[in-house]
Design a protein around this ligand. Structure first.
Ligand code: NAD
Length: 430
């Protein structure tokens, strides 16, 4: 099929590349001309394992083209993948979705195009876009165009893999033709496909993220208790996880969740619930736990290192999770802000997220070129992202530190290999 993907960030770039790999003719559209230029040159606009090679192939084979103008002629399906950031009050800023929708209406292709909202939006949003398209196009919903809500569940760091092998595909649509068009687009996938109305599709995405965020905050609360009681929360999580009703995933205690989705989507759902007259007590507690969680690592550092002023501390990991350069809402950001306030000299290293971090903190930090560069003469090392490279570190790797104090926020080091190192970790009961 001929498909346009509007918004070429993490979701749009992966969707466009994934659909091109499936054999569809894809046009990627973004207002960011630098991003468009990169894609035209066959380069990935974001770091995501495997994306650079597949995108380069798709562009070379002319299965994927990119542009900044909103010409949609000939496209049967138009995906909206633009950002939906939080406003100050926690509600979702829909200005990008709305302005793109209007532009789509003004450039609506002739033959019953299907507009698909992939951006994460509060329940009721997709419905509210219908009059906007009708007004800007002068055409009628269900007669001249269709609309669908198809939430995205990809995990950054595994996004292409998730595109190729999704757990499920949610097809929110209220007319048979729209449903059939999305069915046809995803015909080659054998995963469960849930067909539902627009609001349900929107809510499935929100409830999924809210549940996962709550699971993380729950185990972090248990970690706080385990620390006081001298119990290793990771052993507890293992014991809990064998129960299929609980499952082991998302029971990793640490410095909390980050990224562009969980914090914003949890806050947005809290806002939606309150507006509907419901007090979302569990979600509010999960969000509050997550706000204070990164600072627990700073408290642990103070406990073991004493006064922080003028001390050199190495940070390993800045991205909100491994295999991405994304630092949006990363716990590392909160830790950096607090350490800077306490007068710490920070030397930081991350395999992919240095450039993005420099955009936020400029020369307030020292940016190391390697793990060993970051650790040299440091009085403490805080491990903030569980990159594969860090998991392999042993006692010798920390030998050049002034004080060999390692405090983990991600439980990824092998303690057996750290003989002679002063080690502490959130939830380890030590
Ligand atoms: P992003 O910020 O990385 O990308 C958004 C892109 O949209 C940018 O390239 C921006 O230039 C472009 N854009 C904005 N306004 C535009 C306009 N008027 N015309 C053309 N392009 C425009 O965002 P993202 O992380 O890809 O997320 C996009 C949506 O998907 C959000 O709603 C997010 O919540 C949701 N989502 C994200 C993830 C994830 O892991 N990042 C996962 C699932 C769902």
């Amino acid at each position: 099929m001929n498909v346009a993907v509007i918004g070429l960030g993490y979701v749009g770039a992966v969707t466009a590349t994934g659909l091109a790999r499936l054999g569809h003719a894809v046009t990627g559209i973004d207002m960011d001309t630098a991003r468009v230029k990169l894609i035209q040159q066959g380069k990935a606009p974001v770091y995501e394992p495997g994306l650079a090679a597949t995108l380069a192939w798709a562009v070379k084979e002319k299965k994927l083209t990119a542009r900044s103008g909103m010409q949609l002629d000939g496209n049967e399906v138009v995906f909206i993948c633009v950002g939906t950031p939080s406003k100050k009050d926690g509600s979702t800023d829909l200005q990008y979705v709305r302005s793109v929708t209007e532009a789509v209406g003004k450039n609506l292709p002739d033959r019953y195009p299907l507009i698909v909202v992939k951006s994460t939006v509060p329940p009721g949003t997709t419905e509210s876009l219908i009059p906007l398209i009708e007004k800007s196009s002068g055409k009628k919903y269900k007669k001249d165009f269709g609309i669908a809500m198809n939430p995205e569940f990809l995990r950054e760091g595994k996004a292409l893999e998730d595109f190729a092998k999704p757990d499920r595909i949610v097809i929110g649509a209220e007319d048979e033709k729209s449903r059939q068009m999305l069915d046809a687009l995803y015909a080659s996938f054998s995963c469960p496909k849930l067909r539902c109305n627009l609001r349900t599709a929107e809510m499935i995405k929100y409830a999924s993220n809210a549940f996962l965020a709550t699971k993380i905050s729950f185990i972090n609360e248990m970690a706080g208790l385990c620390d006081v009681l001298g119990i290793d929360v990771y052993e507890v999580a293992q014991g809990m996880g064998y129960d299929p009703r609980i499952g082991r995933s998302f029971l990793n205690a640490g410095i909390g969740y980050g990224g562009s989705c969980f914090p914003k989507d949890a806050n947005s759902l809290i806002h939606v619930a309150k507006a509907a007259g419901i007090e979302p007590k569990i979600l509010q507690a999960a969000a509050a736990t997550n706000i204070s969680q990164p600072l627990r690592l700073v408290e642990m550092t103070k406990k073991h290192l004493g006064e922080l002023r003028n001390k050199k501390i190495a940070l390993l990991g800045l991205a909100f999770k491994p295999d991405t350069n994304d630092i949006r809402e990363a716990p590392a950001l909160k830790i950096i802000v607090r350490l800077l306030r306490d007068g710490v000299h920070i030397t930081a290293y991350d395999p992919q997220a240095m450039e993005n971090t420099r955009k936020v903190f400029g020369d307030k930090l020292t940016y190391a070129t390697s793990v060993s560069h970051a650790l040299k003469d440091a009085e403490a090392c805080l491990l903030l992202t569980e990159w594969e490279e860090f998991k392999k570190l042993d006692a010798a790797a920390f030998a050049s530190m002034k004080r060999k104090l390692v405090i983990e926020g991600r439980n990824c080091l092998d303690r057996e290999k750290l003989k002679g190192i002063e080690y502490h970790g959130i939830g380890r009961g030590i």
